[in-house]
Design a protein around this ligand. Structure first.
Ligand SMILES: NC(=O)c1ccc[n+]([C@@H]2O[C@H](COP(=O)([O-])OP(=O)(O)OC[C@H]3O[C@@H](n4cnc5c(N)ncnc54)[C@H](O)[C@@H]3O)[C@@H](O)[C@H]2O)c1
Length: 406
C-alpha cells in the first residue's frame, strides 16, 4: 500500500499548490458534490443553474461564484472544468460546448441519447485533447470494485454471463408540483427502450473488459406493458387527461436487453424506474468458470472455487459466502486506501471516487478510467434498445462508434 499512500500525498500537494477549479452545472444533484469535491481534492469554485430557486441554497456557501447561464461559465477563463448535473438530454451538447471552450468535462449519466450525438462527442474529445469522463459512480461501490479485483486476479476464471439492473421507483421525479412533466417524465414520454442503462452497464462492462479485451457485439431488447406512469398520474393529477391517453408514455415499465459480446459473454441489462417497490440500489450478477457473484437489496454473495465449500468434483456445496470472507485477499486497492473517505460520501462511495479519478486523470495527463468510448458504449443501449423494440425485438448490432477505439 505504500505506493498508494505516497501517491495520495503527492496528489494532495499538487492540489494545494494548483487546485482544479470546477463549476457544477445543475444545482440540484450538484448539491451532493460540494463536500465530495473537497474530499476528492477539487476546488468547487462555482455553481450554475438557470433556476434562481436552485441557486438560492448556494448563496450562503463562501467562495462559490454563482452563474445564471451556462454561457457565463464557458466564458470565464478561471474555470478549468465543468461537472454537468443537468437534465440528461442536455449532456452531449453541453459537453461538446465545454470542450470547445477549453474546459475539461465530467458528465452525469447518461452521456448521449443518440448515435449522432455519440459521434460528435467522440470527435470533440479527440480534437480538443481535453479530459472527458462520465461520472458512472456505481462502478466504484465496494462490492463492484472487489469483483473487478477478483476478475483481474483470475478468481472468476473465464467469464460467461453478467447482469445489471437499475430498479428504482422514481415516479415521484416524473412530475413537477404543478403536474407538468419534469425531464424524467419527458424521458419516459420519448424513449421507447432502456433509457437509463449506465448504472447497469458500467460495472458489467468494466468486469468484462469491454473496449479493452472484449467489445459489445449485438443487442436484443424486450419491453413490458406501459402502466406505471399512468397509474401514478391518475392518483396525483386526475385532471391531466393527456397522461391517460394510450401512447402518451412510451417507455415500458420494465425493459430488458440481452447483449452478446465478441467473446460470447451474455449480458442481461434491465431497467425499471417506474414499478412500485423499495429501491434496490445495486443489483448485479457475474458468472465465471470458477466463481459466481450476485448482489441484491444491498447484500452481496459469492461462491469462489478454492475458497468456498465444494464437492470433490468441484460443484458448490453449502451455499453462498458473504463478502467479508474475501476481503482480506480481494479488497480493491482503492477501497483499502480511500475507503474511509469514500464511505462518508454519496452512492456507496461512488461520488467520491469519480471526482478523484477525474482530477487525477487531468493532473497525470492520461485518459480517465471511464473515458468517452466507455460513456458512448454504455449509453448507446438507449437508442439501440429502442430500435430493437421498434423492430419486434430484432437483434441490433453495436455500430463501430459504440465498439471502442480502433
Ligand atoms: N449518478 C447518480 O447516481 C445520479 C443520481 C441523481 C441524478 N443523476 C443525474 O444527474 C442529472 C441531474 O439530475 P437531477 O435529479 O439533479 O435533475 P433535476 O431536474 O432535479 O435538476 C436539474 C437542474 O439543472 C438545471 N438546469 C436545467 N437546464 C439547465 C441549463 N441549461 N443550464 C444550467 N442548469 C440547468 C435545472 O434548473 C435543475 O436545477 C441527471 O442527468 C441525472 O441522470 C445521477
Amino acid at each position: 500500500l505504500a505506493p498508494e499512500t505516497a501517491k495520495l500525498k503527492k496528489f494532495m500537494q499538487s492540489i494545494q499548490s494548483n487546485p482544479l477549479k470546477l463549476v457544477v452545472v445543475g444545482a440540484k444533484r450538484g448539491k451532493t458534490f460540494i463536500r465530495t469535491a473537497r474530499q476528492a481534492g477539487i476546488e468547487l469554485s462555482g455553481v450554475c443553474d438557470i433556476s434562481p430557486e436552485a441557486l438560492e441554497h448556494w448563496k450562503s456557501e463562501p467562495g462559490i461564484r454563482l452563474y445564471e447561464t451556462y454561457a457565463q461559465v464557458l466564458e470565464d477563463p478561471t474555470v478549468d472544468a465543468v461537472c454537468l448535473a443537468t437534465p440528461a438530454g442536455l449532456h452531449a451538447a453541453q459537453s461538446i460546448e465545454a470542450l470547445q471552450a477549453g474546459k475539461h468535462v465530467i458528465s452525469e449519466v447518461p452521456a448521449i441519447r443518440t448515435l449522432e450525438e455519440a459521434a460528435k462527442l467522440i470527435e470533440a474529445v479527440s480534437s480538443t485533447g481535453l479530459t472527458y469522463m462520465m461520472a458512472e459512480n456505481y462502478c466504484y461501490c465496494r462490492e463492484v470494485l472487489m469483483v473487478q479485483h477478483m476478475v483481474e486476479q483470475g478468481a472468476f476464471g473465464e467469464l460467461i454471463y453478467a447482469s445489471g439492473a437499475y430498479i428504482h421507483d422514481a415516479r415521484n421525479l416524473m412530475f413537477s408540483p404543478d403536474g407538468s412533466l419534469t425531464w424524467r417524465g419527458e424521458w419516459r414520454r420519448t424513449n421507447a427502450g432502456n433509457s437509463y442503462p449506465t448504472h447497469s452497464m458500467g460495472p458489467v462492462c468494466r468486469w468484462l473488459g469491454i473496449n479493452r479485451t472484449d467489445r459489445l457485439a449485438t443487442l436484443s431488447s424486450f419491453g413490458s406493458k406501459i402502466r406505471a406512469g399512468q397509474i401514478f398520474a391518475n392518483t396525483l393529477y386526475p385532471d391531466r387527461t393527456e397522461y391517460q391517453e394510450p401512447g402518451f408514455f412510451v417507455a415500458p415499465d420494465t425493459c430488458s436487453s440481452s447483449i452478446l459480446t465478441d467473446n460470447e459473454v451474455l449480458i442481461d441489462c434491465r431497467v425499471d424506474y417506474a414499478s412500485v417497490r423499495p429501491h434496490d440500489m445495486f443489483r448485479y450478477e457475474l458468472q465465471g468458470t470458477k466463481a459466481s457473484f450476485f448482489m441484491r437489496d444491498g447484500t452481496a454473495q459469492f461462491w469462489v472455487a478454492g475458497y468456498s465449500d465444494a464437492w470433490p468434483a468441484g460443484e458448490a456445496k453449502n451455499g453462498w459466502d458473504p463478502i467479508e470472507k474475501f476481503a482480506a485477499d480481494f479488497e480493491h486497492p482503492l477501497w483499502r486506501t480511500y475507503g474511509k473517505e469514500a464511505k462518508a460520501e454519496g452512492h456507496g462511495g461512488g461520488d467520491y471516487f469519480v471526482l478523484r479519478e477525474f482530477a487525477e486523470a487531468i493532473r497525470e495527463g492520461r485518459p480517465p478510467a471511464i473515458d468517452v468510448y466507455d460513456a458512448v458504449a454504455w449509453s448507446s443501449v438507449i437508442p439501440l434498445s429502442a430500435e430493437s423494440i421498434r423492430t419486434g425485438s430484432q437483434p441490433v448490432p453495436f455500430p463501430a462508434i459504440a465498439r471502442g477505439p480502433r
